[in-house]
Design a protein around this ligand. Structure first.
Ligand code: SAM
Length: 267
């Protein structure tokens, strides 16, 4: 089969550097008993090094043109390939496993929705049908830095609060543009989200939808004080007691946002 022309619109920058491919595989910390789900296997650079090392590998690739090539390259019985959009893919229906590790070199255009989908599943679907152990992915360095940004810094924002609501993500290492074909303009990072040590935040929040809305609305105007932005929820933000309303959203920790959204919810 001739390899199809790569699509920029699907974030198709494929790994070609053996040194980084090995380093990334090592970072997945794979064990023979693992069940792994790879998002966007593409040309199979990571996929063919995962099969044979784990109990079962699932992969979800949106681009139909890459599917035959992947099936030709990888004929392992323990490899199951889905030709689907990961954002629409039903993990609970298709993968009923006790403990899965999710990995991938993510398409840049859908990095955040993919992370949010996995995080929400990891926290809500931690039932006997599907348990997500970790998510180890390659994303833009700039997004990785925003995710791990600390409170009171410029990079701290909606994605930092939402991800840290669920777990403590860590950046493992960077990957230069030269490691890919075609070469992207930006540097990438490997970031790991570990869901095994639950932090109990989901139980603390009174209403998740409301929590999300408070975080998003206040960060829409990150330079404005809360006493202004909270008018979207309450006529007189001066009544708020859980946080100082002269603060800005970047000054609130995840715990502060939980207290604030609970207070407004109950008012
Ligand atoms: N894993 C390969 C590698 O490292 O060389 C390819 C990585 S490439 C950055 C991203 C891959 O995700 C592409 O193969 C692309 O077709 C696929 N992709 C893009 N959007 C997707 C989606 N919504 N669901 C599943 N796969 C998607």
């Amino acid at each position: 089969m001739t390899f199809p022309k790569l699509k920029k619109s699907l974030g198709q920058n494929f790994l070609k550097d053996e040194f980084y491919i090995s380093k990334i595989i090592e970072s997945f910390n794979l064990k023979p008993d693992d069940t792994v789900l790879e998002i966007g296997p593409g040309g199979g650079a990571l996929t063919k090094r995962i099969t044979g090392r784990v109990k079962k590998l699932y992969a979800v690739e949106i681009d139909q043109r890459l599917i035959d090539n992947l099936e030709d390259k990888i004929s392992d019985d323990d490899f199951v390939l889905f030709n689907e959009d990961f954002l629409k893919f039903d993990l609970v229906e298709n993968i009923q496993e006790e403990n899965i590790k999710i990995v991938g070199n993510l398409p840049y255009h859908v990095t955040s929705p993919i992370i949010f989908k996995v995080m929400e599943l990891a926290s809500e679907v931690n039932n006997d049908k599907l348990k997500i152990q970790s998510l180890t992915i390659m994303i833009q360095k700039e997004v990785a830095e925003r995710i791990v940004a600390k409170v009171n810094t410029k990079a701290y924002g909606v994605i930092s609060v939402f991800t840290r609501f669920f777990c403590e993500p860590e950046i493992l290492f960077d990957i230069p543009p030269e490691a890919f074909f075609p070469k992207p303009k930006i540097t990438s990072s490997i970031i790991r989200f570990n869901f095994t040590t639950g932090n109990g935040n989901l139980q603390k929040v009174k209403d998740m939808k409301h929590f999300r809305s408070v975080v998003k609305t206040t960060f829409l105007n990150r330079r404005k004080m809360l006493r202004n932005t909270l008018k979207a929820f309450i006529d007189d933000p001066g009544l708020i007691t859980t946080v100082e309303v002269t603060k800005r959203p970047e000054n609130l920790s995840v715990a502060d946002f939980i207290s604030l959204s609970n207070e407004i919810y109950l008012l």
